[in-house]
Design a protein around this ligand. Structure first.
Ligand SMILES: NC(=O)c1ccc[n+]([C@@H]2O[C@H](COP(=O)([O-])OP(=O)(O)OC[C@H]3O[C@@H](n4cnc5c(N)ncnc54)[C@H](OP(=O)(O)O)[C@@H]3O)[C@@H](O)[C@H]2O)c1
Length: 270
């Protein structure tokens, strides 16, 4: 089969590769569409610690059809069109994934549409669930112009939260308003919003994380689910102690830590 590898320079190259064989609890998927997110940028820059390294095949989300089912898969999804979350290997004609990280694709949907929602929607939903974001609460989304941020904005708004978004782009801000954001904050400006929030969904981290922790209301919840802005450094978490009297909660949320098909993420929303 054909596959795409990352070279040590970060460039991609198409190569011939052996077809993977599903092991126990795994399925083989014929790939129709792959998802590309910020993780893929980090992989190519050599910044993603979990990627095996140069010469390996990236790709953590695909849509395609299950062609082979390995041993010990209780509910065999043979022949089904699915969204699959492999542990890399997705930039290829075929990829293996654990059967409990494979979801049926709705009939009649376009493969590219399904994979666009894929990880973005699972992380956005998981983060909001973990924080227990509720109707009527004020939610701030950092990195709102990105894949996860757009979905977090839409899901929080659809559940009745009042959503403020942070973005660097006026055009993305207008688009986010159309998708339900009540307020848009320009992250390139000097001032942070002079408001406080019940929930912050943060896909950016970086040196400004601490300033955003300061924006939590009493009993507020901060969900860190990405680091597009880099590492925050330990001092960024100081507001958790200086605001101890207000009982702030910091959650981290990664899809890697759970089997999204079978386990709801534990948290306030359980
Ligand atoms: N938790 C999980 O399981 C999980 C799963 C997949 C990905 N992730 C992580 O989540 C993060 C976002 O992923 P994504 O695919 O949504 O990324 P994306 O589509 O590239 O969007 C990231 C957004 O962050 C903003 N941003 C980028 N650099 C920034 C900086 N230095 N300071 C402030 N804002 C910045 C940008 O928005 P504006 O320019 O509009 O401000 C950009 O649109 C990544 O770190 C990724 O690794 C986590």
């Amino acid at each position: 089969m054909k596959a795409v590898i990352v070279r040590s320079s970060g460039d991609l190259a198409v190569v011939d590769a052996p077809e993977p064989v599903p092991g126990p609890g795994q399925v083989l998927v014929d790939v129709d569409a792959i998802g590309v997110g910020y993780v893929d940028v980090m992989v190519r820059r050599g910044e993603y610690a979990y990627f095996p390294g140069a010469g390996s095949v990236p790709g953590l989300e695909v849509v395609g059809r299950v062609t082979t089912v390995g041993p010990n898969v209780p509910e065999a999804p043979a022949g089904q069109r699915v969204l699959a979350l492999p542990a890399f290997g997705g930039y290829a004609e075929k990829v293996v994934a654990d059967a409990d990280r494979v979801f049926p694709a709705p009939p009649g949907t376009d493969a590219a549409d399904v994979v666009t929602l894929g990880v973005n929607a699972l992380v956005a939903e998981g983060a909001l669930h973990r924080a227990g974001a509720a109707a009527g609460e004020r939610v701030l989304v950092r990195g709102a112009g990105g894949g996860i941020g757009v979905l977090a904005t839409q899901i929080a708004h659809s559940r009745g939260a009042e959503v403020t978004v942070v973005t660097s782009s006026p055009a993305r801000g207008e688009r986010l308003r159309a998708l339900g954001a009540a307020r848009v904050v320009d992250r390139t400006g000097s001032a942070l919003p002079g408001e406080t929030y019940d929930v912050v969904v943060d896909t950016v981290a970086g040196p400004d994380l601490g300033k955003h922790l300061e924006l939590l209301r009493p009993n507020g919840r901060y969900v860190l689910c990405g680091a597009a802005g880099g590492s925050p450094g330990p001092e960024a978490f100081a507001p958790l102690l200086s605001h101890f009297h207000a009982s702030p909660t910091l959650y981290a949320f990664s899809l890697n830590s759970l089997s999204p098909r079978t386990s709801a993420p534990p948290g306030r929303g359980s």
